[in-house]
Design a protein around this ligand. Sequence first.
Ligand code: ADP
Ligand code: MG
Length: 240
Amino acid sequence: MIEFRQVEKHYGDFHVLKGIDLSIAQGEVVVVVGPSGSGKSTLLRCINRLEAITSGTLTVNEVNVADKKADINKLRREIGMVFQHFNLYPHMKVVDNITLAPMKSLGVPKPQAVETANMYLEKVGISDKAGAFPSQLSGGQQQRVAIARALAMKPKIMLFDEPTSALDPEMVGEVLDVMKTLAQEGMTMVVVTHEMGFAREVADRVVFMDKGQIVEISPPEEFFEQPREERARLFLNRVL
Ligand code: ADP
Ligand code: MG
């Protein structure tokens, strides 16, 4: 579903991604961990071409992402992304936040878009908030709206960039639970997070990045019990 081959990325003189090789299968849940500044967000953002790669090849859903002729709008419609900051439209009700993209970019008629929105709100556990404005919701509820909004586009892949990092601790669990359900339903997911419990429990594989490189890729039981690489051991000692 997603294949990086020898992908390099520079920001000007700064070499942010170095020789990235990573293949992610359909239905797989990959959790990306590593120190701040190691390139995790950049790696995610290359997948839907929010960032352009400098060299190598990156294929997503059989589309060569670097190809000038690739249909990037289609690619992006098929990839949902959830950020640390929820980026909901503050002047729009929850339901309108969710129906906007399906109506505008997929041409879904309003009644059907509203029905879908309500279905996903129920799925993320806040069906009673359709008529609320984002400012009336807690951070955890807003993030669940952001997930519902992404799902309403019926994506094939979901990318999460530290979706719980901006939340009060008591709200982290409710968001991780929604993500866990999605994972169990077979969604292909790439998740950048500092939640090691989530990585351990939900990931099929853990990718450890440091200084722009993928240092280790292991199943979670291996990564957390006996990391192969010294840098991974040092990282785990700091965060666990
Ligand atoms: P992470 O998500 O692991 O914290 P990032 O992918 O955000 O890492 O960033 C990796 C490095 O690239 C950081 O040193 C950051 O300062 C740098 N960087 C990120 N975005 C840009 C940009 N648009 N221009 C220049 N440097 C950037
Ligand atoms: Mg980041």
